[in-house]
Design a protein around this ligand. Structure first.
Ligand SMILES: NC(=O)c1ccc[n+]([C@@H]2O[C@H](COP(=O)([O-])OP(=O)(O)OC[C@H]3O[C@@H](n4cnc5c(N)ncnc54)[C@H](OP(=O)(O)O)[C@@H]3O)[C@@H](O)[C@H]2O)c1
Length: 269
C-alpha cells in the first residue's frame, strides 16, 4: 500500500506518526503534499517520507489517497484533480462537513470513503467513524478498517450521523481539554501545584475512560453512583455539579458544533 496525504497539517502529521509507529507502512510508501514548502521540508525531516508540492504527484504515487486539507480548500482541489481522478485508487477524506455526494459529484468514478477521525491518533487512541461511498469495494472497507485500527478505535455509521459525530468525537478532544483545564485550575486554587494538578486531571480522565470502555461499569451513571457514598466528598461535589447548568451548557456545545457541521455540509449559495 502506498499512501499519499494531500494536506500535511496537524491531522496528516498525527496519522503519519501513527502509521509509522505501528510499522503499518514503510516511510518510502508515504508521501505528503502541501502548498507550504516549509511544512513539507519539516515533514520530510521528521518522518523520512516522500514529499511533493503538486497533488498530481500523489495521484501518480498512491494506491490510497487521504484528503487532509481544510474543508474550504476542497472545492479548488477537487476541480484541479477532476480530469485525472479515476477509479484506480481508494480516496479517503477526513474533512469535516463535506458529504460523500460532494466528492462523487466532482469525481464520479472515485472510490470514496468518508472518515471522521480525531486528533488522538497522535497517541493511537483516536475515535474514527467511517461511511463508504457508492463505488467503494469490500476490499476498500478492509483497507480503511486496517488504517483506522492503526489510529485507535473505529466504527461504521450512516452518513446521516456525521454532523453529530463531528461534534462529539471530532471536536470532543477540545471540549474535554477545556474541562481538564478548568478542573486543574480549580485544584490549583485549592493549593495543588500546577504540574501535579495537570497530571492528576489527565490520568483521572484516562482512568474514567478505561472504566467505561472496559465495561467495568455499564454506564457513566453507574460509575458515578459507585464512587459516591452518602455525605462523602463526591456527593458534595456532585451536589454542586448536578444542580448547576453544566448539563445544559454541554447540550448547547454539542448542538452548536453539530449545527456548524451541517452549515459546512451545505453547498455555498
Ligand atoms: N484538527 C482536528 O482535530 C480534526 C479532527 C477531525 C477531522 N479534521 C479534518 O481534517 C482536515 C485537516 O485538518 P487539520 O487540522 O490537519 O488542518 P491544517 O493543519 O490546516 O492542515 C491542512 C494543510 O493542508 C494545506 N493545504 C491547503 N490547500 C492545499 C492544497 N490544495 N494542496 C495541498 N495542501 C493544501 C494547508 O496549508 P495552509 O495552512 O497554507 O492553508 C495545511 O498545511 C480538515 O478537513 C478537518 O476538517 C480535523
Amino acid at each position: 500500500m502506498r499512501i499519499g496525504f494531500i494536506g500535511a497539517g496537524k491531522m496528516a502529521e498525527a496519522m503519519i506518526s501513527a502509521l509509522l509507529r505501528r510499522q503499518a507502512v514503510a516511510p518510502d510508501h508515504l508521501m505528503a503534499i502541501d502548498i507550504d514548502p516549509e511544512r513539507l521540508s519539516q515533514m520530510g525531516r521528521q518522518f523520512s517520507i516522500r514529499t511533493a508540492a503538486d497533488p498530481n504527484e500523489a495521484l501518480r504515487f498512491a494506491t490510497v489517497l487521504i484528503l487532509a486539507v481544510k474543508p474550504q480548500q476542497l472545492p479548488d482541489l477537487l476541480k484541479s484533480l477532476a480530469p485525472t481522478m479515476t477509479a484506480d485508487r481508494l480516496v479517503i477524506s477526513i474533512a469535516a462537513g463535506k458529504p460523500l455526494a460532494f466528492y462523487e459529484t466532482a469525481w464520479p468514478a472515485a472510490r470514496m470513503v468518508r472518515v471522521m477521525p480525531n486528533v488522538a491518533c497522535l497517541v493511537g487512541e483516536a475515535m474514527s467513524v467511517f461511511a463508504l461511498g457508492r463505488n467503494a469495494t469490500a476490499a476498500d472497507r478492509e483497507t480503511v478498517e486496517f488504517l483506522l485500527g492503526c489510529f485507535g478505535k473505529f466504527c461504521a455509521l450512516s452518513e446521516s450521523h456525521f454532523d453529530v459525530v463531528t461534534a462529539l468525537s471530532g471536536s470532543g478532544p477540545a471540549f474535554l481539554a477545556y474541562l481538564a483545564e478548568r478542573l486543574a485550575a480549580a485544584a490549583e486554587e485549592n493549593g495543588l501545584p500546577a504540574d501535579s494538578a495537570r497530571l492528576l486531571t489527565a490520568q483521572t480522565l484516562l482512568g474514567t475512560a478505561r472504566l467505561l470502555l472496559d465495561g467495568v461499569y455499564p454506564s457513566p451513571r453507574a460509575l458515578m453512583d459507585a464512587v459516591t457514598s452518602a455525605r462523602g466528598t463526591t456527593a458534595a461535589g456532585r451536589q454542586i455539579l448536578e444542580s448547576s447548568d453544566v448539563g445544559e451548557v454541554l447540550r448547547q456545545t454539542i448542538r452548536a458544533a453539530t449545527l456548524r457541521s451541517q452549515e459546512l455540509s451545505r453547498p455555498p449559495s
